[in-house]
Ligand binder design. Structure first.
Ligand code: ADP
Length: 254
């Protein structure tokens, strides 16, 4: 917790991810409306919203797939429009659709990514070993990705997204299509990453059962931020007793 009153070093630190006054429309269709929030180091933040809420659009703006003409996005303090390469080197992403090359081995996929980030050979080998071991996937490094099941492919994608030690990890519906044990393993693993390494995570989902009591929550509905805060704060602000009920109440109507 922060000391009151004083201007400590902690208070001066940049948020890992800061989004301010973001708007985006597809033609005349508004997809994001004055979206603002911030995520601090070590926060595991769930971006909760039903289909069509604007989650993927937000991710496309943070990753610079789309340009956000209004509003501001800062990664580790760097503006994604004005300081794009420094901002994006602070970011790891796991997209909804797999972007692994199925005909390459796990190791080849990871090495390719490290090369794109300009990482040297020695550092690359060390980081690949660390991240694969953390996921229990090191023994499978020489297998072709095609041979892995969906849960294991996801683990490889998370390992890859973390190779260059980003400050922020974006996960877009990372458990879609996985069986229950694989889903639980990924949820657990990502929570461990936040608490152990101080990584800031933004995890988009429409699945309320992926919420952990310690998570920060952003509820997005029809392009509007309906609530932000801890699980307890969001439940309280919705005037209900559970996060399921809060989600129902906050995502009804306009
Ligand atoms: P989510 O990821 O939460 O399901 P999206 O960001 O995909 O939401 O969509 C937000 C809104 O923008 C929806 O109303 C959707 O229909 C619309 N939308 C998304 N992509 C496009 C597109 N390429 N062209 C037009 N409308 C789009």
């Amino acid at each position: 917790s922060l000391p009151l009153g004083g201007c400590s070093q902690t208070m001066m630190e940049e948020s890992a991810l800061q989004v301010d006054g973001l708007n985006f429309a597809y033609g005349t269709k508004m997809a994001l409306n004055e979206v603002s929030f911030k995520i601090d180091k070590g926060d595991c933040t769930l971006l909760l919203g039903p289909n069509g809420a604007g989650k993927s659009t937000l991710f496309s703006l943070i990753t610079r797939l789309y340009d956000a003409p209004t509003g501001m996005i800062r990664l580790n303090g760097f503006d994604v429009r004005k300081q794009t390469s420094r901002a994006l080197s602070s970011l790891g992403v796991v997209f909804q659709q797999t972007t692994l090359d199925l005909d390459l081995s796990v190791l080849q996929n990871l090495r390719y990514h490290a090369a794109l980030h300009g990482m040297g050979r020695k550092l690359t080998s060390q980081r690949i070993q660390e991240e694969l071991e953390r996921q229990g996937m090191f023994e499978r490094q020489n297998e072709k990705v095609r041979k892995l099941n969906g849960g294991h492919r996801r683990r490889v994608e998370i390992a890859r997204a973390l190779l260059h030690k980003p400050a922020v990890l974006l996960l877009d519906e990372p458990t879609v299509g996985l069986d229950v044990p694989s889903r639980q393993a990924i949820v657990q693993h990502v929570h461990n990453l936040c608490s152990e390494s101080g990584l800031a995570v933004l995890w988009a989902t429409h699945l309320i059962d992926e919420v952990d009591g310690s998570d920060q929550i952003i509820v997005l509905h029809k392009g509007n931020v309906k609530a932000t805060g801890s699980v307890g704060e969001v439940v309280h602000s919705a005037g209900v007793k559970t996060i399921d009920d809060a989600f129902q109440v906050l995502t009804q109507g306009q």
